[in-house]
Ligand binder design. Structure first.
Ligand code: UGA
Length: 431
C-alpha cells in the first residue's frame, strides 16, 4: 500500500516519517511549495528533536517523497491521510476549511477506490462531513471509505510518541477499512481500539481535555499549597505513586499552552454548550488556566512595587521545551502584560523567536542568558528548557541589579536559590 499524507505540519511530517520507518512508500503533499522544497532536501520547517534526521534518511532512501501536485498525488495513492490544521475560529469553533479543501481535492481528483483517514483533531461528527464533501466534489462516482485515526503525539517528543504510541484508535463503520489500517500499523506493539468514527473523534478531545484538567487541578492546588507553605511538587510525587492517578501531567506552572489543549478544550466546551449539555468542569479549567500566569506576575509586582521602568529578564518563550512553537505560550501573555505596564523586557530562548508584530518591538531579544540578565530587577522563568536547570546562578547573579527570581515552572530549588541570596518565588514550591 502506498500512502499519501495531506499536510506536512507536525502531525503530517511525523506521520509520514513513521510510515516510512515502518517500511511503506509514503508521499507528503502540501500547498506550501517552500515547505515541500525543504522537506525534499530532508530539512524541516519547525524544531522537533530527531525528526529531521529520520526524514532525511527516508528522503535519501527514496521511501519518502514530497510534492505539491494534488492531481498526481491523489490519483496515485489508495490510502490518504488528512493531517491539515484545524485552528480555532474567533468564536472558538474549529475552522474546518482545510479539512474541507483536502476532502474536496480528494473527491475531485480520485480515479478509483480510496481510503480517506482523518488524523487531524476534528469536531465530533466531522467524518460524516468529510464523506459528504468528497461525494459532492466527485466528477464521477468512485467507491471510497472514511476513517478517523486520531494522533496522540506531543510536540518536542513527536518521534518517540509516534514510533511508540500507547494506543492506536481507529474509528470506522467499515470492516475493510479497519483491516487496511490494521495492516498499516501491523509492526506496532500497542493496544488497538476499533470503534465508530464519532467515538474515535471524542476519544481524542476527551484525552486532551482530561490532561488539561489534570494540569489545571495542580495549578489551582499550588495556590493552596502557597497558603499552607507546602511544596506542590512533593504533593504531586505523593499523588502520582497511586497508579490510578499516575505521575505525569501533575507539574504545576504557568498554565497549559500550545496549539492543542487551549483549542481542543474550547472546541469541546463550545460543542457541549451548543447541545445544552454544558461541561462545567472544563468551563472552569479554561478560566483557571486563563488566570494562571497572572498568579506569578502578581507575586512579582508585589515584590517590585510596580513594573514601570523595571528591567525584567524573561527566560523561555516556547510554550514548552524542545519546540520553537509559541502558540498560546504563557510567556507571550507575560511579556504583553509587562510591556503594558512599562517594563523593559529582555528575552532569551534557545530556539523560539518572537512574532514580527509591532507590539513586541520594545522587547530586547538576547542571544545569551547573560545578556538577558543584564541589570535585571527580576528574572521570570517561563519555559523549563533543560539548559536552564544547569545554569550556575552563583556566577550569574553578578549580572543582575536585584536578586529576584520568579520561577513559572518550579524548576529551581527554592532553598538553593535563597541560599545564594535570591528572593525566590515559584508556583506552590517555595518551601
Ligand atoms: C498535547 C497532548 O499531550 C498530546 O497527546 C496530543 O497529541 C497533542 O496535544 C495534540 O492534540 O496534538 P502538546 O500540546 O504537544 O501535546 O504538549 P504537552 O506536552 O501535552 O503540553 C501541553 C501544555 O501543558 C504545555 O504548555 C505544557 O507546558 C503544559 N503542561 C504539561 C504543564 O503545565 N504541566 C504538566 O505537567 C504537563
Amino acid at each position: 500500500m502506498n500512502i499519501l499524507i495531506i499536510g506536512t505540519g507536525y502531525v503530517g511530517a511525523t506521520t509520514a516519517m513513521v510510515f516510512a520507518e515502518s517500511g511503506w512508500q509514503v508521499t507528503g503533499l502540501d500547498v506550501d511549495a517552500g515547505k515541500i522544497e525543504r522537506l525534499r532536501q530532508g530539512r524541516l520547517h519547525f524544531h522537533e528533536p530527531g525528526l529531521e534526521d529520520l526524514i532525511a534518511k527516508h528522503v535519501s532512501s527514496g521511501r519518502l517523497l514530497f510534492t505539491t501536485d494534488k492531481e498526481t498525488a491523489i490519483a496515485g495513492h489508495e490510502v490518504i491521510f488528512i493531517c491539515v490544521g484545524t485552528p480555532s475560529q474567533p468564536d472558538g469553533n474549529a475552522d474546518l476549511r482545510y479539512i474541507r479543501q483536502a476532502s474536496e481535492d480528494i473527491g475531485h481528483w480520485m480515479n478509483g477506490y480510496k481510503l480517506v483517514v482523518t488524523k487531524s483533531t476534528v469536531p465530533i461528527g466531522t467524518q460524516e462531513q468529510v464523506k459528504a464533501w468528497i461525494e459532492a466534489a466527485q466528477r464521477q462516482p468512485h467507491l471510497f471509505d472514511v476513517a478517523s485515526n486520531p494522533e496522540f503525539l506531543r510536540e518536542g517528543k513527536a518521534v518517540e510518541d509516534a514510533l511508540r504510541p500507547d494506543r492506536i484508535v481507529i474509528g470506522t463503520d467499515n470492516a475493510k477499512a479497519a483491516e487496511q489500517l490494521l495492516t498499516l500499523y501491523q509492526s506496532f506493539q500497542c493496544p488497538r481500539i476499533i470503534t465508530t468514527p464519532r467515538t474515535a473523534e471524542l476519544i481524542k478531545y476527551a484525552s486532551n481535555a482530561f490532561l488539561a484538567t489534570k494540569i489545571t487541578y495542580m495549578n489551582e492546588l499550588a495556590r493552596l499549597c502557597d497558603e499552607f507553605e507546602v511544596n506542590v511538587n512533593e504533593v504531586a510525587t505523593g499523588m502520582g505513586l497511586d497508579p490510578r492517578i499516575g505521575p505525569s501531567f501533575l507539574q504545576a506552572g504557568l498554565g497549559y499552552g500550545g496549539s492543542c489543549f487551549p483549542k481542543d478544550v474550547l472546541e469541546l466546551v463550545m460543542t457541549a454548550r451548543k447541545l445544552q449539555v454544558p461541561l462545567r468542569i472544563l468551563e472552569e479549567v479554561m478560566e483557571v488556566n486563563r488566570t494562571q500566569f497572572t498568579y506569578l506576575l502578581d507575586k512579582a509586582r508585589t515584590r517590585l512595587g510596580d513594573f514601570a521602568n523595571k528591567n525584567i529578564a524573561i527566560l523561555g518563550l516556547a510554550f514548552k521545551p524542545d519546540t520553537n512553537d509559541i502558540r498560546e505560550a504563557p510567556a507571550l501573555r507575560i511579556i504583553h502584560e509587562l510591556l503594558l505596564e512599562q517594563a523593559n523586557v529582555r528575552l532569551f530562548d534557545p530556539v523560539a523567536t518572537l512574532p514580527a508584530h509591532a507590539s513586541y518591538q520594545a522587547v530586547t531579544v538576547c542571544s545569551l542568558v547573560e545578556e538577558a540578565l543584564h541589570n535585571a530587577d527580576a528574572v521570570i522563568l517561563c519555559t523549563e528548557w533543560p539548559a536552564f536547570g544547569q545554569l550556575d546562578w552563583e556566577n550569574l547573579k553578578g549580572h543582575l541589579k536585584q536578586l529576584n527570581f520568579f520561577d513559572g515552572r518550579n524548576m529551581m530549588d527554592a532553598r538553593l536559590m535563597r541560599g545564594i541570596g535570591f528572593y525566590y518565588q515559584g508556583i506552590g514550591n517555595d518551601y
